[in-house]
Design a protein around this ligand. Sequence first.
Ligand code: ADP
Ligand code: S3P
Ligand code: MG
Length: 166
Amino acid sequence: MKNITLIGMPGSGKSTIGVLLAKSLGFGFIDTDLVIQQQQGVLLQQVLDRVGTEAFLDLEADAIAGVVCDRCVIAPGGSVVCREKGIRHLKDISTVVYLDIPCGVLEQRIQNMGSRGIAFQPGETLADVYRYRAPLYRRYADLIVDGDQRSLEASLSAVLQALIGV
Ligand SMILES: Nc1ncnc2c1ncn2[C@@H]1O[C@H](COP(=O)(O)OP(=O)(O)O)[C@@H](O)[C@H]1O
Ligand SMILES: O=C(O)C1=C[C@@H](OP(=O)(O)O)[C@@H](O)[C@H](O)C1
Ligand SMILES: [Mg+2]
């Protein structure tokens, strides 16, 4: 099996499920948010505040396009689909799985909306971001998984089930 990338909205579980998935497959794990934080030397929200959303999306795409790995689970930021450069690279090197979750569930899950580093355009709400991105996640996905499961274990099982035969 080649690399696996989890895409989806912030709070959909890419980072949390990603590390569990890697562990259960014996794969490595790369969270590109952590790669960017290490490259920049500050937290994601600080990068966003410093450079603004558009420059952040460019910088994120460059970081993602630089990912080189084998037998890894990759958890990019939810904004990966905002730049062709990053998502195209992930399509080239991995099977892309979309964790599909209703916006209302995300609003309940995300406690730190203003500080967790979401690439909002001025005045945007999470619902605006969801409306814009949902078709993009579907366009780039190889597989779509219902991520609105009752537990982390159930979400992990749903992803593993979808990957059977890949
Ligand atoms: N069934 C579930 N599947 C995935 N995550 C869940 C689930 N239920 C609650 N959560 C919580 O939702 C949050 C998902 O956050 P995270 O993994 O950082 O998402 P992302 O990387 O997609 O932004 C975590 O706090 C996780 O514990
Ligand atoms: O969806 C977004 O706009 C973002 C989500 C964040 O990652 P998570 O999706 O892991 O929260 C982070 O990469 C970035 O600051 C922007
Ligand atoms: Mg994450």
